[in-house]
Design a protein around this ligand. Sequence first.
Ligand SMILES: Cc1cc2nc3c(=O)[nH]c(=O)nc-3n(C[C@H](O)[C@H](O)[C@H](O)COP(=O)(O)OP(=O)(O)OC[C@H]3O[C@@H](n4cnc5c(N)ncnc54)[C@H](O)[C@@H]3O)c2cc1C
Length: 432
Amino acid sequence: MMIPLSLSVNIPTTNKPRLVVIGGGFAGMHLIKSLKQAELQIVLIDKNNYHTFQPLLYQVATAGLEPDSIAFPLRKIFKHQKNLFFRMAEVIKIDPAQKTVETSIGKIPYDYLVLAMGSKTNYLGMEDVKKYAMSMKSLTEALDLRSLMLQNFEAAILATDLKERQSLMTFVVVGGGPTGVEMAGALGELKNHILPADYPELDLDKMQIHIIDAAQRLLPTMSQEASKGAMNFLQKFDVNIWLNTKVALYDGFTLTLDGGKQIPTRSVIWAAGVMGAAIAGLNPEVLDKNNRIHVDEYSRVQGYEDIFAIGDVAAMQTKDHPHGFPMLAPVAIQQGTNLARNLQHLLNNESLNPFHFHYLGVMATVGRNQAVVDLPFVKFQGILGWFIWVFVHLMTLVGFRNRVVTFVNWVFSYLSYDKGIRLIVRPFPPRT
Ligand SMILES: Cc1cc2nc3c(=O)[nH]c(=O)nc-3n(C[C@H](O)[C@H](O)[C@H](O)COP(=O)(O)OP(=O)(O)OC[C@H]3O[C@@H](n4cnc5c(N)ncnc54)[C@H](O)[C@@H]3O)c2cc1C
């Protein structure tokens, strides 16, 4: 089909079929990279002009890494890919009847559409938590979190009321999955090694860290050994671990648990859930209860011939994964590369290959020399796990510069017990 001159978005006309990809995360990026030679015009739309390496967001939030180390400009990633056109915009709606996507910069027609928008924070319907808690799904949120934590310490120094000071020095992480565990561990390191030097006027022994989860154990999606290991490591940091516990309410000052227990705190970090970041316009029946899009084994959205979904936003149900694959980077990467092969097959009128997931393992770190690793055939913890965690994260970061800067930062932190990026980069809020 010949794409007509776009109504509003300036994209070159072409005789090639146009593939529009929404989202330059792990799924979209690997899909597009694998289509370098394809006879397609590829239009990538993302609301950010960079790819974010989300597994290390917690390090930005806890002053371990600069934001630039875990992000990479999308135009730079694809600078040698001649069939790719990037447009920075937010997609608002899809119109499958007209085969267009509506964006903040106008309409863009497509022949094939790939939805790779990832996920967003799920506050489980708790509006108060959404209003007052901090989440960690983007670079800006991670930076905001870093500022909030440091601002609370600055405010704690000024506080003359001991209860107020305590609440400013109390940090609650909600969610005992890998993100929550890594965050609690990083806070423990700040408490032990960094903050006492920065705030000698404060008694850092009084800093409290809590982690709360509704499940019976931490890291419920990992092995029992990993859960126990994470628990031991966090206990070394004096982290208070609340299992089988749900959050009932948070008003910005006091967190109330479902049993009635109250924790006065100004810092609640919400790592308790994510949901698909689906966009309006599709038949609502293709959405599951977690706002993910039902797709078949070829990543095709149910009921649509030319629309596909990959990564976190896709719910591909299989016998082993009746609720869809877990929201993990390797799933997104592998779905992206499999769909790239299938799009080539579609163009060549060949049959499509179903998606098979190659499980590579899961890991989480809880501070220096402490990590838990579940690989397909072996599980281990401690310093070996930590070195593997460091290696894997360095190797999967996008961009040589980012790897070098991150490596230097980590070596510096390891040797000096310091984290160098303790800047507050948002206006100091009025004292209340
Ligand atoms: C804090 C944290 C820690 C994590 N740790 C791990 C880990 O240790 N190991 C692991 O395997 N996985 C981890 N994950 C999960 C992993 O990051 C995701 O599974 C992965 O990023 C999913 O890739 P994706 O391409 O589907 O989505 P994403 O990487 O989220 O990319 C989605 C892209 O779509 C863009 N976008 C979204 N909506 C729109 C719109 N409407 N218009 C335009 N653009 C849009 C976004 O800007 C983004 O660039 C972690 C996630 C978080 C948040």
